[in-house]
Ligand binder design. Structure first.
Ligand code: FAD
Length: 154
C-alpha cells in the first residue's frame, strides 16, 4: 500500500468542508480542514486533526481556542483561500462568536476551547469543548474524490 492509494481510499469518504480559525496576539489565522468530527454530546466535544507542517498548529496550541466554520456551497472560494489554493493574499472579514473569530455565511459556526491535545503520527488531534454555536439554514459545500461538490437529491 503506497501513500497515493491511502489518499485515494480516504478521498472516497465524502465530507463537508470547514475552515478552522484561531487567534493569537490579535492575529487571526485560518486553515481549510475536512478532518472534523463530533465526539460527545455530554459534554459537547468535537475533534479536528492538523498536520505537523501546518502553520496553524502551534497557534492553536498557544491560544488554546479554535472555531470550526462548516462552509456553505457558495463558499468554495473561502475554502480555496484557506487551503492556499488561491495564492494571492485576500482580505477576509471575520465575525465573532463567544469572542472568537468566525466566518459569516457558514452553515454552522462552532466556537471551542482546547480540552485535550493528542499527537498521533504526523497529525495532532485537538479535542475541543464547544462553548457556543451559530447556525444558518444553508446547503453545505462537499468534498469527495479530491473535488468540491454540492448535494444532490437521490
Ligand atoms: P497557511 O498556508 O499560512 O494558510 C493557508 C492559507 O490561508 C494561506 O493562503 C493564507 O494566506 C490564508 N490565510 C490564513 N489566515 C488568513 C487570514 N486571516 N485572512 C486571509 N487569509 C488567510 N490539512 C490538515 O492539516 N487537516 C485537514 O483536515 C485538512 N483538510 C483539508 C481539506 C480540504 C478540502 C483541503 C483543500 C485541504 C485540507 N488540508 C488539511 C490542507 C490545508 O488546508 C493546507 O495544507 C493549508 O494550506 C495549511 O495551512 P497553514 O496553517 O499551514 O497556513
Amino acid at each position: 500500500m503506497d501513500d497515493r492509494q491511502f489518499r485515494t481510499a480516504m478521498g472516497k469518504f465524502a465530507t463537508g468542508v470547514t475552515v478552522i480559525t484561531t487567534e493569537l496576539d490579535g492575529d487571526i489565522h485560518g486553515m481549510t480542514a475536512n478532518a472534523f468530527m463530533s465526539v460527545s454530546l455530554d459534554p459537547k466535544l468535537v475533534v479536528i486533526s492538523i498536520g505537523e507542517r501546518a502553520k496553524i498548529l502551534n497557534k492553536i496550541k498557544e491560544s488554546k481556542i479554535f472555531t470550526v466554520n462548516i462552509l456553505a456551497k457558495d463558499q468554495q472560494e473561502l475554502s480555496m483561500i484557506f487551503a492556499g489554493q488561491i495564492k494571492e493574499p485576500r482580505e477576509v472579514v471575520f465575525d465573532r462568536l463567544d469572542g472568537k473569530p468566525v466566518l459569516e455565511g457558514a452553515c454552522a459556526q462552532v466556537a471551542c476551547e482546547v480540552s485535550v491535545v493528542h499527537v498521533e503520527g504526523d497529525h495532532t488531534l485537538f479535542i475541543g469543548k464547544v462553548t457556543d454555536i451559530h447556525l444558518e439554514e444553508k446547503e453545505p459545500l462537499v468534498f469527495f474524490n479530491g473535488k468540491y461538490r454540492a448535494l444532490a437529491k437521490v
